[in-house]
Ligand binder design. Structure first.
Ligand SMILES: C[S@@+](CC[C@H](N)C(=O)[O-])C[C@H]1O[C@@H](n2cnc3c(N)ncnc32)[C@H](O)[C@@H]1O
Length: 494
């Protein structure tokens, strides 16, 4: 029988990652856009189910120092590793506990935010029901639940890989041995395909090729675990309702049916006035395979108030870089993921120009909209729209496309470094062994070699001069590097 100390997650733990979309600053923003009064995040309580080694909560701790962050996981090895990391990172508000999420009792109390990333569809159907029950039981009356899960129809296609991996490595060996055996066998499968140009061969080959970059732990837990039960959105919504919870929207708001604009909005409404059916239809249209859905207590009023009203209470952040203008007034901008958008829409250009000038400073969405509306004075607006309303709509559209983030509140950070800068404790620990660290916006930042050597010394005691001397680097180079770390939201305030 499996015990709490010999799970496959003990044998092959997950990579330490923070997930932006689980952060209360994002959850509250989405809830507010859906007309809910989300719990204020400064002193909120968060319960993470299936938290692994708790890295997500430990990283959250620096942006939410006044919060209470509790994590539960079955894997003792991961919980022990997480507790040790929390102590080293000074994350005193993180409480990690070994336990079964299907056996929680009332004494755990209620939380403003209950989150479970990578849990719901990776457990047995019984445990899944227990997770919905736990979300209901441990949620404060105005609280928000975040649950991610594999979904159909996308998982029908991913099932090709699922079947092939399990055929080759369903049993014998340690998790790592099984992943290695399966990887080798899949490469052989590409060569063995009898009709390499038929649709099936093309699909399987592209899935196998995409798997090459994935971590061993991901491959094992995603495809070779005993339990992996993707579910249709409709089934998710029914189970949530049975537990007394109601669907709100997606944590990646732009992927929600209610966030769709224009033609897609009309197509969804033509299928049904019911939001839940619209969501399911949207998945069918997009071949969706993963969801990050938010829930609230079923007795809260349904989504209703127009997003524009809620927008003004939110903060906008966008790391965008304007590139030289092209012919015919086309303006290219490089977005935070490195992609480039080329725009000829005056309204979107004006928003991006304002955001680019502000970065790394956050801007209130209402203030941004009013400033852009003033910038656009004299430019024709869509018929019947005021400049303010048109710009707010533009802010929502860009948000839906993932061009910028909306937060309920920006964390405190030193965006202009002082003479004795202090980097985030967790980032300093992680930078000893890795180049990817998590910033105060709960997002990954890739450090170059110079940033890595400097961040290790930013303890709030050493001055920039002392660091330059110790590293044998010119002071200006160190100062510029510290500035780049500040702009990446990696320096603590005060
Ligand atoms: C796919 S991992 C996700 C870990 C982490 N949330 C992440 O996304 O990186 C699933 C986690 O759920 C934990 N888990 C699975 N069943 C559980 C249960 N019944 N009670 C508590 N934890 C459980 C596993 O130990 C594992 O750490």
């Amino acid at each position: 029988m499996k015990t709490m100390s010999d799970t496959t997650y003990d044998a092959l733990p997950y990579e330490d990652l923070a997930f932006f979309h689980t952060h209360p600053a994002n959850l509250a923003a989405v809830a507010m856009l859906c007309g809910l009064r989300a719990p204020p995040i400064e002193r909120c309580s968060v319960l993470e189910l299936g938290c692994g080694a708790g890295f997500n909560l430990i990283a959250m701790s620096e942006s939410l120092p006044g919060a209470r962050l509790v994590g539960i996981d079955f894997s003792c090895r991961q919980i022990e590793a997480g507790r040790e990391l929390a102590v080293r990172a000074g994350a005193a508000n993180v409480d990690l506990r070994a336990g079964d999420v299907a056996a929680l009792d009332e004494s755990l109390g209620r939380f403003d935010y209950v989150i479970a990333h990578g849990l719901l569809s990776w457990v047995s159907p019984d445990v899944r029901s227990a997770i919905f029950g736990a979300c209901k039981r441990h949620l404060e009356p105005g609280g928000i639940v975040y649950l991610s899960y594999n979904t159909y129809p996308g998982w029908h296609l991913r099932g090709l890989l699922f079947d092939a991996l399990r055929f080759h490595a369903a049993f014998e060996g340690t998790p790592l041995e099984r992943v290695r055996r399966a990887r080798a066998a899949l490469e052989q499968m590409i060569d063995d395909l009898p009709e390499p140009d038929v649709e099936y061969a093309r699909l399987l080959r592209s899935e196998i090729e995409a798997l090459r970059d994935d971590q061993d732990a991901y491959v094992f837990h995603e495809f070779l675990e005993a339990d992996n039960h993707p579910l249709h959105f409709a089934e998710f919504a029914v189970q949530a309702a049975q537990a007394g919870l109601r669907y709100v929207a997606e944590a990646r708001f732009g992927t929600s049916a209610i966030a769709q604009r224009g033609d897609m909005r009309r197509r969804l409404e033509a299928v049904s006035p019911d939001l839940l059916r619209q969501e399911q239809y949207h998945d069918l249209l997009r071949n969706r395979y993963f969801r990050q859905s938010l829930l609230c207590h079923a007795d809260l009023p349904p989504n209703g108030s127009p997003p524009h009203a809620a927008l003004d209470g939110l903060t906008v952040l966008a790391r965008v870089e304007p590139l030289p203008a092209e012919a015919d007034g086309v303006r290219p901008f490089r977005l935070r993921d490195g992609s480039v958008v080329r725009l000829d829409n005056a309204l979107l250009i004006a928003i991006l120009d304002r955001l680019a000038r502000a970065w790394p400073q956050p801007l209130g969405a209402g203030a941004l909209a009013d400033a852009v509306a003033a910038d656009l004075a004299g430019i024709a607006m869509p018929p019947g729209a005021s400049a303010g309303a048109a710009v707010r709509e533009g802010v929502l559209v860009g948000y839906g496309w993932g061009w910028w983030q909306l937060l309920a509140r920006a964390p405190a950070a030193a965006l202009v470094p002082g003479e004795r800068p202090r980097a985030l404790a967790l980032a300093r620990l992680v930078a000893r062994d890795a180049s990817s660290v998590t910033n105060l916006l709960h997002s990954p930042v890739d450090l170059d070699a110079m940033q890595r050597s400097v961040i290790l010394r930013l303890d709030g005691i050493a001055t920039i001069d002392e660091i330059a001397l110790a590293l044998g680097i010119p002071r200006d180079a160190v100062a510029a590097t510290v500035q780049s770390l500040a702009a990446a939201w990696l320096l603590a305030d005060g």
